[in-house]
Design a protein around this ligand. Sequence first.
Ligand SMILES: [Zn+2]
Length: 276
Amino acid sequence: RFEGWGPQGQDHWPERYPYCGGALQSPIDLESDLLRFDPTLRPIEVQNYNLSPNEQLTLGNNGHSGEYTSTLSLSPMMSISSLHNRYTAAQLHFHWGSSSRPAGSEHTVNSKQYAAELHVVHYNSDKYPNISTAVDKSDGLAVLGVLVEVGMFNPAFEHILKFVNDQKVKVPAFNIRALLPTRLDEYYRYDGSLTTPPCYPSVLWTVFRNPITVSRKQFLTLATALYSTNAQDSASMSLNNNYRKTQPVDNRLVLASFKERKYGLQTWLALLPEHG
Ligand SMILES: [Zn+2]
């Protein structure tokens, strides 16, 4: 159990969870000046994301059990195949703002916070038998982060939203690939952590450059469907703003698989790797 995200919340995480005050923490601000273009970063390839509707997934809407989001368990057939090891999918979940403030992404881009963020969590199945063994290992997890903005209606998102309420439900599987942006070749890459306690520094982060959209109505459904029950308080409160503040980058390298286009030649040259 942790205390939540408010003033009594994340600033106090390190007292009980030392890793939260340690190195390699996430999320971070993906600032242009920090980025280094890495031409060796290949497009992300996912396997078996196109699940059959005959398959069932479990959606846990965990507001009442002291957790913080709606978590969809994924099929162990799903994986990322383009990294050095195979990473098998375990679950996906969202972070979001509130109905009055559609700004709840965890990663920010040049300080811009998006409406929400999707995390598809995978573990290193070449090295570890399951996610609970992998979760605290330095090469244990790989998370795909997708920034979400309010705009066009998102039919794939609807597969989850239809079932978001305060209980555990079985939901028909669908094509999870449709929740990712069209382009899987443009992304940020860095070494970071879980964004909730115990904040293990075990995550190879991939945050896609291009956001997906959900409609305003879909965003409002997400922002108001879940409730958290505070033990000291009989009233349940709408669960929102469940994102962690950005953390120090320190001396980490933040790689980009793409070249920024909005800067002049000088910035450009500074971003290029040095010639031998
Ligand atoms: Zn997350």
